[in-house]
Design a protein around this ligand. Structure first.
Ligand code: L14
Length: 347
């Protein structure tokens, strides 16, 4: 079976993340014997190219998963809730890119650089974490391992593509309207299903996903809870503020951390991250070198820079973390999980 590859399904194949999943499967030359492309009814019938072959996307139903071995889901939480168990029932391993199962005790929440081993306990569904969480924990894990970690305070600067292809379109159309002096009506951002919609072009909006009763947004709570779960650190202090910017793709994060060890230098942190898997260090103030989303689009790595020591606390550090939210934040992490499943002979 290994030589020929696996029967893979992509659910949400026409979406912003689904398209990147196909691109990543191609680019990684993932062993595929058969590919099934699925979507909600709305997008069914669309044509999609994969390895120079044209596929017609079909409406996802329970029966669509007959014979599927690996199913990558990215068609929204309700589709995952409905169909992921159906795929598992038919023998597939599901890698789910929605928030539907992330905090479920029976579901491993995996970033391979951090907790690949957690895959071994899977019961059919594996959750792909939130995009903002993934890029942060890739940078935090080597620091935790080397110096210990007890506190994280993060502010995000998130791109619109996280909210899907329609949000990208809204940013572009709005920017055009504003430059032309035309009227416009925000309809999607900050959250499609929420009551009010606000301008995103030439603006900054401190709301990603819906508000919870505690005053934090769901995106902020995802970062807080998922970070603790992935790093197996229920006691870690984490706070998050998530902000949407008029950037098309690439999330940025200003992160403050406190380590356990005393006397650690910024240089030590830089050297550690430079050698760590999945990280590219871009940190040279003398040459104005630091990560920016425009330079990270299309790349799988997490980019880290602006590493400096807090001026008041010996164990405090500040850094700037940027990654392509559709790749390491979504499609690449999902495909990487699939590669790990193959490597660990779990599929
Ligand atoms: O939890 O609107 O996977 O940018 C990440 C992107 C939720 C929406 C998730 C956005 C999504 C979020």
């Amino acid at each position: 079976m290994e030589a020929k590859g696996y029967h893979v399904a992509v659910v949400g194949a026409t979406g912003a993340v689904g398209q990147q999943m196909l691109h990543t499967l191609e680019q990684r030359n993932f062993p595929i014997s058969k590919l099934t492309l699925l979507s909600s009814e709305r997008s069914a019938g669309k044509k999609v190219m994969f390895r120079d072959e044209e596929y017609i996307v079909e409406t996802a139903t329970p029966e669509s998963f007959e014979g599927v071995q690996i199913a990558l889901f990215s068609a929204g939480g309700s589709v995952s809730k409905q169909l992921a168990p159906e795929a598992v029932k038919r023998g597939a391993i599901v890698v789910d890119n929605t928030s539907a199962y992330r905090m479920d005790e029976n579901v491993p929440l995996v970033v391979p650089e951090v907790n690949e081993e957690a895959l071994k306990s899977h019961k059919g569904i594996i959750a792909n974490p939130n995009c903002s969480t993934i890029q942060m924990v890739v940078a935090l894990e080597p620091i935790r391992h080397q110096f210990g970690l007890n506190k994280v305070i993060v502010s995000t600067y998130q791109a619109v593509s996280g909210a899907g292809a329609a949000a990208i379109n809204e940013l572009k159309e709005q920017a055009k309207a504003i430059l032309n002096g035309d009227d416009f009506t925000p309809e999607i951002l900050p959250v499609k299903g929420d009551e009010k919609h606000y301008q995103i072009a030439f603006n900054a909006v401190p709301q990603i996903d819906k508000f919870q009763d505690n005053g934090y947004t769901f995106e902020e709570m995802k970062m807080i809870n998922e970070t603790k779960k992935i790093m197996s650190m229920p006691e870690l202090h984490v706070a998050a503020t998530c902000v949407r910017l008029p950037v098309e793709t690439g999330h940025s994060e200003s992160v403050y951390i406190e380590v356990d060890a005393e006397g650690v230098s910024a240089q030590q942190v830089k050297e550690l991250l430079k050698e760590s898997d999945g990280i590219t260090l871009q940190d040279d103030p003398s040459q104005q070198i630091y990560p920016m989303p425009a330079n990270c689009v299309g790349k799988n790595d997490v980019f880290v820079g602006r590493i400096r020591k807090d001026l008041d606390r010996d164990n405090g550090f500040h850094m700037w973390i940027v990654s392509d939210n559709l790749l390491k934040g979504a499609a690449w992490n999902s495909v990487q999980i699939a590669e790990s499943l193959v490597k660990l002979q779990l599929v």
